[in-house]
Design a protein around this ligand. Structure first.
Ligand code: TYM
Length: 332
């Protein structure tokens, strides 16, 4: 069975619709066919300023949302990154074969560091993609289900794996990105040329998995469209409507042409209202289940501890191999 690895940062109160449709839906769908490993990447979350209590809460919340969305801890290895020290350890080794210029070209680093101001960006933020490469390479991962924004990080991961292999001998499998067709990039409902993101300028464009159903419906009803009337997919001329159609297609599993045909001659109001219903119907049970799971943190922590044991066992084997390859003396 191909090994699948992916992760999300626990850096806000709730996952958003982009995280859900861009990645989590695929994680759930892949479970039957692969050997899945899903991680809450808390080490990544501290690359920008964080509040310790909030981080602890959102780490559990993120794990609870994975479970509520359908990740089954029997079939998947579900764990918290900081519980498996091999991630940070391999990241160190990989950082020594990563070019400074190569890391400097990461567009997500450029965007994020620009937002942090001159001295706000840390070395941790800079080496973030190297840690992500370590996450993936520790497990002989074949497929990495992510949204489109992680494409460049995946390329770096592949380059580092290949470089290590050619310098020290075959050690890592070269992974591939697994990116959905319609929902690889979900845009902000108020600013449909910017991707939906937890750091959105306005709350109204950000649809959170744990938002109240009424709030979600309202956000869809006030989504930005355009001055025409026609419901037609055109990413450049009609970014707002196209985003709504992408979301519709991703949630219902229907094709865009079919949805366009259904709405031929109808108004944006209908589309927004019906899309709001479809999304709320999908998210409401996930929201309810998440809060149920959070009501029993001891049980949640137990699931995560089991997952960490499973992950650590595998990760330690790979890390030992890496240490051997680079020439570290084995501890006697
Ligand atoms: P993160 O936490 O920013 O996002 C988690 C996942 O959600 C996807 N995503 C989106 N997809 C579609 N539309 C959007 N607007 C949108 N916003 C976010 C992301 O592509 C991602 O799949 N670096 C990663 C976390 C990570 C990781 C890994 C992923 C760390 N180690 C190893 C895969 C494998 C990140 O910051 O994701």
């Amino acid at each position: 069975r191909p090994i699948v690895f992916s992760g999300m940062q626990p850096s806000s109160d709730s996952l958003h619709l982009g995280n859900y449709l861009g990645a989590l839906v695929n994680w759930v769908a892949l479970q039957d066919e692969v050997d899945p490993i899903y991680c809450v990447v808390d080490l990544h979350a501290i690359t920008v300023a964080q509040d310790p209590a909030a981080l602890r809460e959102s780490t559990r919340r993120t794990a609870a949302q994975y479970l509520a969305a359908g990740i089954d801890p029997e079939r998947s290895t579900l764990f918290v990154q900081s519980h498996v020290p091999a991630h940070a350890e391999l990241a160190w080794v990989l950082s020594t074969i990563t070019g400074f210029g190569e890391a400097s070209r990461m567009t997500q680093f450029k965007d994020k560091s620009a937002k942090q101001g001159a001295d706000g960006a840390t070395v941790g933020l800079f080496t973030y993609p190297v840690l992500m490469a370590a996450d993936i390479l520790l497990y002989d991962t074949s497929l990495v289900p992510v949204g489109d924004d992680q494409r460049q990080h995946l390329e770096l991961t592949r380059d580092l794996a290949g470089r290590f292999n050619s310098r020290f001998g075959e050690t890592f499998r070269i992974p591939e990105a697994y990116i959905p067709e319609t929902s690889a990039r979900i845009y902000d409902l108020q600013d449909p040329t910017s991707k939906m993101s937890k750091s959105a300028a306005s709350d109204a464009g950000l649809v959170r998995v744990l938002d109240e159903p009424n709030a979600t419906a309202k956000k869809f009803k006030s989504a930005v469209t355009d001055a025409e009337r026609e419901i037609r997919y055109d990413r450049t001329a009609k970014p707002g409507v196209s985003n709504l159609l992408d979301i519709y297609a991703a949630v219902t599993g229907r094709g865009i042409p079919e949805i366009e045909a259904e709405y031929a001659g109808r108004g944006y109001g209908d589309l927004k209202k019906e899309l709001a219903e479809v999304v709320v119907d999908r998210l409401a049970p996930i929201r309810a289940r998440t809060f149920e799971l959070l009501a029993d943190p001891a049980e949640l922590d137990r699931i995560l501890a089991l997952g960490a044991d499973k992950a650590a066992e595998r990760a330690e084997v790979k890390l030992a191999e890496v240490y051997e390859r680079v020439g570290f003396v084995r501890r006697g």
